[in-house]
Design a protein around this ligand. Structure first.
Ligand SMILES: [Mn+2]
Length: 409
């Protein structure tokens, strides 16, 4: 049986691998995402939670228990409530869940405290995904940490993410298939949106076509807020208003990605607004494209993100010297000021573990040039699988050569 495109046995293997790597005499607890039932935003399960379970319901906890004699993974979740059932639908039967998801045990939420008082006195370490001090997003974990360390002061609190990150970093065949599907849907959305590019039209119409293309082709969500930035907006890295009139003879930068079965894609393309690139836009576009191809060539196991960033700066500087924008390499910071790559997976900026590329990494390659005085921002971003042999461009199906893009019109 598959859940969100991943065999149920793979979820179990992930849990087993996590338990193997955990220290002895430990409990790890991962809470599900909070659901406000306000319908203000769609419910999306927490990425770590979905990674180890495939289980999408809220009011749930994953508990991993390890001592020298026993290892267990337990799902704790709320039972069906007949009144809530009328509003939000039926929650699954716990014994069915145990059987279908291959948990060692599935317990009702009301038994959670009993379970903790049975397990926690006998262990030394409690592993939680704790937020940084200034980050309020992971409130549930903080509350849990406070409650449990007050009740069980002997516990060592350990960052769970250090054990989760190496597992999530390396993508399996099934995960790569989900990302590839997300990229295929993103392509359909981009091609649909490209047809809406017209001077005088508002950017949001382009966004509407993009999102129609996503949802119509089976993606429930954007993997992140889409950026549709025309004219000078293209020089703002994370412009998300998408509410300006598209100017003539300029560019429009897309940084977009659909989500499929919880996996993200992350693609940037920069199109001309009047069918053909202007001379300036064309030379800047070619500069970014040359750089992107050269950096992709260098993406292989063992390379570090730092080396790739340095190479990108060097190559972009060389291009910009040739075009007469700068004289010294250091001046490139005026036109390029972000990193070239990040891991992609269940989150669009997926968990980073080692700074070195490893086989099974899926990462972005996204150099850009942002020339405010010309009102031209260019970014070209592809999603890359790192294999033993080197980089495999997963998003090569989405046009990026100048002639292919101009032929879209
Ligand atoms: Mn990106």
């Amino acid at each position: 049986m598959k859940i969100y495109g991943i065999p149920v046995t793979e979820y179990k293997n992930r849990r087993d691998n996590l338990l193997k790597s955990m220290p002895d005499k430990s409990v790890m607890i991962l809470p599900s995402n909070y659901n406000s039932f306000s319908n203000l935003s769609p419910y999306r399960q927490d990425s770590n939670f979905i990674y180890f379970s495939g289980y999408e319901h809220d009011k749930s906890y994953l508990l991993f228990y390890k001592n020298s004699k026993q290892i267990m993974s337990i799902l704790i979740t709320e039972e069906n409530d007949p009144v809530m059932e009328l509003w939000v639908g039926k929650r699954p039967d716990l014994s069915e869940v145990k059987k279908n998801y291959l948990f060692d045990d599935v317990l009702p939420l009301k038994k959670f405290d009993d379970l903790l008082s049975r397990l926690l006195p006998g262990v030394e370490n409690l592993l939680l995904h704790l937020p940084h001090e200034d980050n309020n997003i992971l409130g549930a974990e903080r509350v849990l940490a406070k409650r449990l360390t007050e009740k069980y002061p002997h516990l060592n609190i350990i960052q769970a993410i250090d054990y989760i990150a190496p597992l999530r970093r390396k993508k399996s065949k099934n995960e790569i298939a989900q990302i590839t599907k997300a990229i295929e849907i993103t392509k359909k959305g981009i091609l649909k949106a490209a047809k809406e590019i017209n001077p005088g039209k508002n950017e949001y119409k382009v966004q509407a076509a993009l999102e129609f293309g996503f949802m119509y082709n089976g993606s429930k969500n954007n993997a992140f807020q889409p950026i549709i930035a025309s004219g000078v907006n293209s020089t703002t890295l994370h412009y998300e208003e998408n509410n300006s009139v598209i100017p003539e003879n300029s560019v429009i930068l897309f940084d977009v990605g659909s989500e499929y079965n919880y996996y993200a894609s992350d693609i940037s393309r920069t199109f001309p607004t009047s069918g053909k690139y202007t001379k300036k836009a064309k030379s800047l576009y070619q500069a970014v494209l040359n750089t992107q191809k050269a950096v992709i060539e260098e993406m292989k196991p063992g390379k570090t993100f730092r080396e790739l960033n340095a190479l990108t700066r060097k190559l972009l500087a060389k291009e910009m010297k040739k075009l007469g924008y700068i004289k010294e390499e250091s001046e490139i910071s005026k036109y390029y000021y972000h990193s070239v790559s990040h891991p992609i997976g269940l989150d669009v900026h997926d968990i980073m573990s080692s700074p070195k590329l490893v086989e099974g990494d899926v990462i972005s390659c996204e150099p850009g040039l942002y020339v405010k005085e010309d009102k031209i921002g260019i970014r070209i971003e592809d999603d890359i699988l790192i294999t033993k042999k080197g980089a495999k461009v997963l998003s090569g199906i989405i046009p990026k050569e100048i002639k292919d893009i101009e032929n879209l019109y």
